[in-house]
Ligand binder design. Structure first.
Ligand code: CMC
Length: 391
């Protein structure tokens, strides 16, 4: 008996029950474990949000401190992983490098593959939270031809990542909370988004009981594409191209509307948000603040604002409910913080990591069956084999 229903792109199929993230696309509501994204972005830090997503409750002070300490203790990466890094060309995209190195971590942490007990799970969770930012900073420094940096355990999670990236003196972060706070906020906004493409990938890969690191590596690969996390890089490249082209964005809007042209307005539209993306609202304000605080004038922000204004009043975009999404403004902030364009999607991966972990853990604790969709076969019916000489 064949299955006859198809839902290409799973537009109307729930793959699981989940208690992690609530999203109402019509009303533009996003909540992690019941807490409004607006409130978390304002009041919590990224590590607290990670704990909340993964374990279900905001940590007490003691739980938070322990979580941070446990992560710090695991923040060394085997030096042999550096040899793998050395094998990549300088021109390699950091997403490919980070995905490969994350998968390679499995080989260096064999015990993290079979994670049946809560303790083993906790150990794997802490390890990947500790090591992904290290791998990300290495991928960046390799590309820039800079020596690799280790972190400093006296710093917070986000400060420490910036330290590994840019090797600035600690005082620099302490004296300039704007950078740390902006990055912290961006990571929180990206931390989970229920059953999106990369998260579904992590859950499906993990449903075969492949290890956590292998499942996360699969998620990083899924995130890379320009229709998903790769949109943040694609947005800034689009805005740059418009700037180079003299700043007139009307032409690009027309291109995006032309059904014979594959061009899409990057950073616009969303599978679920059909009213507005609440994350984009927060990021737009944050982008203004960060640029003002750092005293940066970025003509690309003006292009972004103008483009959004025109598109939001255009019948094509209005009738299809296409609004700026989380990635429309994020690249402008990343750039102001000194993060190069190819690293934008890696930043998204660091932000999404706790969500992937939380969803993977939920899937394992709920003892979900292996993810194995059906299909509707439309190929040839049975036919006899023809020898190669007779074809
Ligand atoms: N520019 C122009 N037209 C668009 C766009 C766009 N950015 N997005 C959707 N449309 C049109 C699309 O052509 C279709 O028109 P029609 O009904 O005439 O055929 C209609 O809007 C519906 O689009 P869809 O492709 O069926 O919608 P989807 O839910 O499959 O795709 C999306 C959602 C996010 C992949 C898509 O809007 C898109 O490609 N956006 C640009 C890439 C982007 O910004 N991605 C980041 C998403 S948010 C962060 C993340 O998830 O990583």
């Amino acid at each position: 008996g064949g299955v006859t229903t198809i839902d290409a792109g799973f537009k109307n199929t729930s793959s699981c029950k989940s208690a992690i993230t609530f999203l109402d696309g019509e009303k533009g509501i996003l909540r992690y474990r019941g807490y409004a994204i607006e409130e978390l972005a304002e009041k919590a830090d990224f590590l607290e949000v990670s704990y909340l997503l993964i374990f279900g409750e905001l940590p007490t002070k003691a739980q938070n401190d322990k979580f941070h300490r446990d992560i710090q203790k695991q923040s060394l990466v085997d030096t042999d992983v550096k040899k793998i890094l050395d094998g990549f060309p300088k021109t390699a995209h950091p997403m490919g490098v980070v995905s490969a190195l994350t998968s390679a971590l499995t080989a260096f942490n064999a015990k993290s593959v079979n994670v049946d007990s809560e303790e083993e799970m906790y150990d794997a969770v802490v390890k990947i939270l500790a090591k992904l930012p290290v791998l990300a900073s290495w991928a960046y420094r390799k590309e820039e031809g800079l020596p690799l940096e280790y972190g400093d355990s006296s710093l917070g999670y986000v400060e420490n990542f910036l330290k590994m990236m840019f090797d600035l003196p600690n005082e620099e972060y302490k004296s300039n909370p704007v950078i740390v706070e902006a990055l912290d906020k961006l990571l929180i906004l990206h931390a989970d988004h229920e059953q999106n493409c990369s998260t579904s990938t992590v859950r499906v890969a993990g449903s075969s009981h492949a290890g956590l690191f292998a499942s996360i590596s699969a998620g990083i690969s899924a995130l890379w594409g320009p229709l998903h996390g790769g949109a943040n890089q694609a947005v800034i490249e689009m805005l740059e191209a418009i700037k180079e082209d003299g700043g007139g964005y009307e032409k690009y809007i027309e291109k995006a509307k032309d059904k014979n042209d594959p061009f899409r307005l990057m950073g616009f539209g969303h599978r679920v948000y059909k009213n507005f993306d609440p994350r984009a609202k927060i990021i737009k304000v944050a982008a203004d603040e960060v640029l003002a605080d750092l005293g940066i004038e970025d003509p690309v922000l003006d292009i972004a604002r103008g483009l959004a204004d025109v598109a939001l009043n255009d019948e094509y975009f209005k009738s299809r409910n296409l609004y700026p999404n989380v990635d429309f403004y994020s690249g402008i902030i990343y750039r102001a913080l000194g993060i190069p364009i190819p690293m934008f999607t890696v930043m998204f991966a660091i932000g999404r990591l706790p969500g992937w972990i939380a969803q993977w853990r939920e899937m394992r604790l709920n003892k979900e069956p292996i993810g194995r969709p059906r299909q509707v076969y439309v190929g040839a019916t049975e036919r006899p084999f023809v020898d190669v000489e007779k074809r």
